[in-house]
Design a binder for this molecule. Structure first.
Ligand code: PLP
Length: 397
């Protein structure tokens, strides 16, 4: 029996709702797109969004900014990273992470990952103590949370300043604690392929007053920090405002206007993603030769994408496997490729970072495949694409 080809695009998100479009039109009609362009007693769309995101996140403060990558680099600067200092981070992540470290003047020190796609905590302990690094920018890559209890022990034993990259864990939790609330700061993205879509955009959240005051000034607040929606009190800026440079990276009212209604639907969408994830996961898990990362009971994840491994697959076979899937309309990404392509690259192609030996991660990445599960896919679509993947994998087993 030949399988019918899959025809839905993997990069198609749902349309922006009418409510969000109406809100955007109101902003356009007002002409007040800049976040500090307000009339008397008006809180801008951006400030309202900051309040609403802080409430959702359960953090004291929230800064809306230009992108997730921007949030990470400002977080590192605002937490006192010095030029050339090491920042521990995952060997498996997306290019904006080492990019943000570099942008903030730091040097990425990569930690191996496990086959469940989370930080290898033994390698973290070892490299944290050997290097004496002060910073850990953990990337919850593709939404996989490490055992956060054990992680926090290592963070505390080594006095690490923890910043979380939550580009794929907006809405995720470990034992009911939101991802992003474990360390000094959480960084989020509202770029089209994440959990909220404003094209580009990001959030930085924290409970730390001094840190957030610095981050707000860095973000390009001029002396308008009092107009922020979820900011420390004005006194917190007394010295900071004159000692902190302006690295313009603000969010505008248009983006905020389309994000606010989306935030209201986030929990509902998380459930819709997880239905799709669990369906594909169960189909792939049942197939011989395919391994799906094991998740913790304590984890509430957001299954906006899924990863699986075919252990032992060679490079030539992996390329063939991807090609066969592609012929049937299933777009897989492969992190084992030394040639970066599209959004996908690995540590070997980040040549501006000191090259590091990461044999364990390389081996895992060489057999790792990844696909998006946009909400435009129905559950039937998810069964269909799983069937194609399982069928293509049979040829290598
Ligand atoms: C998308 C992404 C980011 C950064 O997001 P941008 O808003 O595009 O800068 C950071 N980390 C990971 C893992 C991502 O996938």
């Amino acid at each position: 029996m030949t399988i019918k080809a899959f025809t839905r695009p993997f990069t198609q998100q749902e349309p922006i709702s009418q409510e969000a479009i109406d809100a955007a039109i109101d902003v356009l009609k007002s002409g007040r797109l800049h976040r500090y362009n307000t009339v008397e007693n008006e809180l801008s769309e951006v400030s309202l969004l900051e309040q609403e995101y802080a409430a959702y996140q359960g953090s004291k403060y929230c800064l809306a900014c230009a992108s997730g990558g921007y949030a990470m680099s400002v977080a590192l600067k605002a937490s006192g990273l010095k030029l050339g200092e090491s920042v521990l981070t995952n060997a498996f992540t997306l290019a904006p992470v080492p990019g943000a470290i570099s942008n903030a003047g730091g040097a990425s020190l990569f930690i191996e990952i496990t086959k469940d796609l989370v930080l290898d905590l033994d390698d973290l302990s070892k490299k944290a103590s050997e290097s004496g690094a002060r910073f850990l920018l953990i990337s919850h890559m593709r939404g996989h949370l490490v055992d956060m209890d054990s992680l926090m022990e290592i963070v505390s034993d080594n006095n690490l300043i923890l910043i979380e990259d939550c580009a794929h864990t907006m809405g995720a939790q470990w034992k009911k604690q939101k991802s992003g609330n474990f360390g000094l700061a959480g960084c989020f993205s509202t770029q089209t392929y994440k959990h909220l879509n404003s094209g580009e955009g990001g959030f930085l959240t924290s409970d730390d007053e001094d840190f957030m005051a610095r981050a707000i000034i860095y973000s390009g607040s001029y002396m308008f920090y009092e107009r922020h929606g979820a900011a420390p009190k004005p006194e917190a800026f007394a010295d900071i405002r004159l000692q902190t440079p302006n690295y313009s990276g603000r969010m505008d009212n248009l983006r905020a206007a389309i994000l606010r209604p989306q935030l209201t639907n986030l929990e509902k969408n998380i459930n819709r993603w997880n239905e799709r994830y669990q369906l594909v996961e169960s189909e792939l898990k049942g197939a011989k030769g395919i391994e799906v990362p094991v998740r913790f009971e304590e984890e509430r994840y957001v299954g906006s994408s899924i990863q699986f491994r075919i252990p032992g697959i060679t490079e030539a076979e992996a390329e063939l496997f991807i090609e066969k899937n592609k012929q049937l309309g299933v777009e897989l990404k492969w992190f084992g490729n030394d040639n970066p392509s599209g959004f996908t690259s690995n540590h070997k192609s980040w040549k501006y970072v000191r090259q590091q030996q990461l044999n364990q991660s390389d081996e895992i990445l060489s057999s790792l495949f990844d696909l998006r599960l946009p909400l435009t896919f129905s559950l039937e679509d998810c069964s269909h694409l799983s069937e194609i993947i399982v069928d293509c994998a049979k040829k290598f087993l």
